[in-house]
Design a protein around this ligand. Structure first.
Ligand code: ADP
Ligand code: ADP
Length: 227
């Protein structure tokens, strides 16, 4: 599903090596953590997949196609293959949970007659079907994050990228969000979670990639948190 072949990302001007000769393969349906100190290259990894940054050397492939294939008008096509969740996911204040999720379908080409079913399934996957009429202000931060996850999966993207998805959450809400991401993975979605949350990585074990100063220094199928 995702291939990095000797990928280097050097930012211009500062000449920072954000990623240094990274080669890896992530298969369809995998759940993978990406860990490392701040500045290790986790966000850069995500940004390459989203084509917000281009590799200085090497090739990034998604679904067998190099990202250079997704140029110009095809770039949105790539981004549609990726559901994204970040630390701060701005929900629209004036829309309830249901409408926040439905809003994401407007740009996808999914026919309107399928929306209700799609949104309902997405909210059910994150355990919030009963909160569909709640406004963001009426939801806890953890619930808001779960709405953001529902929004990210409502168009059924094959890949889910989560960058510090529990960064603002207390331990209970963090575990809930992690379980939701595991549910998303059980639907067949490839899930990549960049995180500092040692406890989650230790408790809910999955293949873990460790970056250190841009280098992939560990790729452990059994998981566990060591930086
Ligand atoms: P992480 O997500 O693991 O904290 P990042 O990918 O954000 O790491 O950053 C990797 C390195 O690249 C850091 O040294 C960071 O300062 C640098 N960096 C990130 N984005 C940029 C940018 N747009 N321009 C220059 N340097 C950047
Ligand atoms: P996002 O939209 O996911 O927040 P950005 O492209 O804004 O991603 O930034 C990605 C990462 O790169 C962040 O960790 C950010 O702190 C870092 N970054 C962005 N611009 C710079 C920069 N000029 N110098 C150093 N780090 C940067």
């Amino acid at each position: 599903m995702i291939d990095f072949k000797q990928v280097t990302l050097e930012y211009p001007v500062t000449r920072t090596l954000a990623l240094d000769d990274v080669t890896l393969h992530i298969g369809k349906g995998e759940f993978v953590y990406l860990v490392g100190h701040s500045g290790a290259g986790k966000s850069s990894f995500m940004n390459l997949l989203l084509k917000r940054a281009l590799p200085t050397r090497g090739v990034v492939q998604v679904a067998g196609l190099p990202l250079s294939h997704y140029r110009g008008r095809k770039t949105p096509l790539l981004r549609r293959r990726m559901g994204t969740v970040f630390q701060d996911n701005l929900l629209l204040d004036h829309l309830n949970a249901y409408d926040n999720v439905a809003f994401a379908l407007r740009v996808t080409g999914v026919p309107a007659r399928e929306w209700r079913q799609r949104v309902t399934v997405a909210l059910r996957t994150v355990g919030l079907e009963h909160k569909k009429t709640a406004l963001p202000v009426q939801l806890s931060l953890g619930e808001q994050q779960r709405v953001a996850i529902a929004r990210a999966i409502v168009s059924d993207p094959p890949i889910m990228l989560a960058d510090e998805p529990t960064g603002n959450l207390d331990p209970d809400n963090s575990r809930e969000v992690l379980k939701v991401l595991q549910n998303v993975n059980l639907r067949g979605t490839t899930v990549i979670v960049a995180t500092h949350a040692r406890e989650l990585v230790e408790t809910y074990r999955h293949r873990t990639l460790t970056l250190r100063k841009g280098k992939l220094v560990r790729d452990d199928p059994l998981g566990g948190y060591t930086l």
